[in-house]
Design a protein around this ligand. Structure first.
Ligand code: PEP
Ligand code: MG
Length: 608
């Protein structure tokens, strides 16, 4: 079993050299993805772009100079066009902006920046993008030593101009963090889910950011990829610089910058224990997920990216309980065709080799907006999480949605799949989506694209309070329920799951959330349809007795969490868990709930 993605290379010799510190600096945040790691820090500054860096052949120098001049020309044209736009809006602010743009144009004609870039291309044979980056870095360092507010403002302008030049030099955007040294721990202001999706677990040892909460999609992505992460770390960047050594503990939400020799020794001991623990859990891979009194609980994996399917297999997942199909729309500037979506989804279905795969339709909106959607359909409203998200977006842009449904129906012919609809609030929505799915099925059948127009099971995410309270009505239109505890908690408690400032209030054990879960389970049971949980609660071992005690038959979680949850289930007495869940559901006080669950966990898993 592999409980994490491929590991970064071993700490290099630099570790020793960096470790001669007598006092480490400690920063605390929210433990977002477990694992303890050590490595050099890479500080990613807001707005910084990763640029390629390479040496030019002698013969390529004049071509590179011409490429740079082309980028300068394009930048000037863009600024001129901006000036024209601004001219339409007369007023003092517009005048000020026009002056600023004039200054930018001046910077592009023989300024120190431009001269510096040309010198580097000619003298050092350095490519244009890296030359721009080096030149602006040099100017910034010089300006910083002169304490002058005018010059401080100028450096901001120089950075803006160089960012424009860099964009114009690079025809395709370079994924963020693709040029960082192997084995780095990234420190950033903010890491978006799209950024996290591009991280290679073989190269990024861990990451920390000032913003973000434990249940946001960035944290979910980190857990899935097995990259330890700490989010919501205030004052992170003020205390560290690129190249410092850091220890990051993603379970405790703790970071040590420039640790002492003792702390490094302690880290090594804890890391060895962690590896040993993972090795032990690995032995459970092929054993059934069943309690001591023979209650079977199916354990499936959630996937955000196709590369996680191998992790699902390695960790013994019995199926994929949630495919977040958003991955096909992230980090690109165009929309995927039906064929492209079919290819991507079929690779998942085929890799699961006959085990069920639940494909959730696009859940875009809120924090999950990718560039292509932001540009074309961006929701500028103050509350995007309450706006055109998920199924609402799909049913508004039916052309897009029909392509996705077409692809899903085609993969249904390759293996057992289920369709899952996100953010449903009422039965009419489900009926309307069913009609749309039926129409696509009939059309593709008539066109010979599908062999039959039969539909796969269509289920509903229960992730807004209205859906939970209306679960009895929804049960007549849905073939199964999947409880999304992440959003259910967020929408019930009015707590943004990705906002570190309210993270302490985010609480899936709140009696209101538990009652909604119970109501959903009862409604599903009465209607005879399956109810599973695919929110992060499913992968949290502390919750296992409660969820099994509530009668949940399938838990879907990040693949790395499966072995730990299975170990809990195998040592659990199902009837004791049921009594514990019954007692918990009678409580109205949140701290009593926490205490009862902790006592149960203590007694059953640690007290023997
Ligand atoms: C949830 O809300 O619990 C869920 C599984 O969906 P997502 O985290 O993708 O919003
Ligand atoms: Mg959700």
């Amino acid at each position: 079993m592999k409980t994490k993605g491929p590991q970064a290379p071993p700490e290099n010799a630099r570790t020793k050299e960096l470790a001669r510190h007598s006092v480490a600096l400690e920063r605390r945040g929210i433990g977002a993805a477990p694992g303890i790691v050590m490595g050099p820090v890479f500080c990613a500054l807001a707005g910084a772009v990763d640029v390629p860096r390479y040496k030019l052949e002698e013969s390529g120098v004049s071509e590179e100079l011409a490429r740079f001049e082309g980028a300068v020309l394009k930048s000037v044209e863009q600024i001129d066009a901006l000036k024209l736009e601004i001219k339409q809006e007369a007023g003092p602010a517009a005048d000020e902006l026009a002056d600023l743009l004039d200054a930018h144009i001046q910077m592009l004609s023989g300024s120190r920046l431009v001269r510096g870039v040309k010198d580097r291309i000619q003298g050092q044979h350095l490519n244009a993008e890296a030359s721009v980056q080096e030149s602006v870095g040099e100017i910034a360092r010089q300006y910083e030593t002169i304490r002058d507010s005018y010059l401080a403002g100028r450096i901001h302008d120089i950075r803006e101009v160089s960012a424009r030049l860099t964009r114009n030099l690079m025809s395709a955007p370079i994924p963020r963090y693709s040029n960082i040294p192997d084995g780095s721990i990234i420190f950033a202001d903010e890491i978006t889910p799209a950024d996290a999706a591009l991280m290679d677990p073989a190269r990024v040892r861990g990451f920390a950011a000032i913003h973000g909460g434990a249940e946001g999609h960035t944290a979910i992505m980190a857990r899935s990829l097995g990259i330890p992460a700490v989010l919501g770390v205030s004052d992170l960047l003020g205390h560290a610089k690129t190249g410092d050594l850091a220890i990051l503990d993603g379970r405790q939400g703790r970071i040590l910058i420039n640790p002492t020799e003792n702390e490094i020794e302690d880290y090594k001991t804890r890391r060895a224990l962690e590896v040993e623990e993972q090795r032990k859990l690995g032995r459970l891979r092929t054993l059934p997920s069943v309690t001591k009194d023979d209650i079977t609980v199916r354990l499936s994996a959630n996937t955000e990216l196709p590369i996680e399917v191998s992790l699902a297999n390695e960790n013994g997942a019995e199926g994929i309980g949630l495919v977040r199909t958003e991955f096909m729309f992230l980090n690109r500037s165009d929309l995927p065709s039906e064929d492209e979506q079919f290819e991507a989804l079929s690779s998942i279905v085929l890799a699961m080799d006959g085990r069920s795969v639940t494909l959730r339709t696009l859940d875009i909106g809120g924090e999950k907006f990718s560039d292509v959607f932001k540009d074309q359909y961006g929701d500028e409203s103050p509350n995007p999480a309450l706006g055109l998200r998920a199924i609402r977006f799909s049913m508004t842009h039916k052309d897009l949605f029909e392509k996705q449904i077409g692809a899903i129906l085609r993969v249904a012919e390759l293996g057992p799949i289920r369709i899952l609809l996100p953010m449903i609030t009422n039965a009419d929505e489900v009926r309307a989506v069913r009609r749309l799915i039926e129409n696509v099925a009939i059309r593709h059948y008539k066109d010979g694209i599908l062999k039959s127009n039969a539909l796969p099971p269509i289920g509903v995410m229960i992730e807004v309070p209205a859906a939970a309270l209306g679960a009895d009505a929804l049960a007549s239109t849905a073939d199964f329920f999947s409880i999304g505890t992440n959003d259910l908690t967020m929408y019930t408690l009015a707590i943004d799951r990705a906002n570190d400032q309210v993270a302490t209030l985010y609480d899936p054990l709140h009696p209101a959330v538990l009652r909604l879960i119970q109501f959903t389970i009862n409604a599903g049971r009465a209607a005879g349809i399956a109810v599973n949980i695919c929110g992060e609660m499913a992968g949290d071992v502390r919750m296992t007795p409660l969820l099994v005690g509530l009668g949940i038959e399938e838990l879907s979680m990040n693949a790395n969490a499966i072995p730990g949850v299975k170990a809990r289930i195998r040592s659990l007495d199902g009837s004791a868990a049921r009594r514990c869940a019954d007692t918990i559901l009678q409580q109205s006080d949140r701290s009593r709930i926490e205490a009862i669950l902790s006592d149960f966990n203590e007694l059953f898993f640690f007290g023997r």
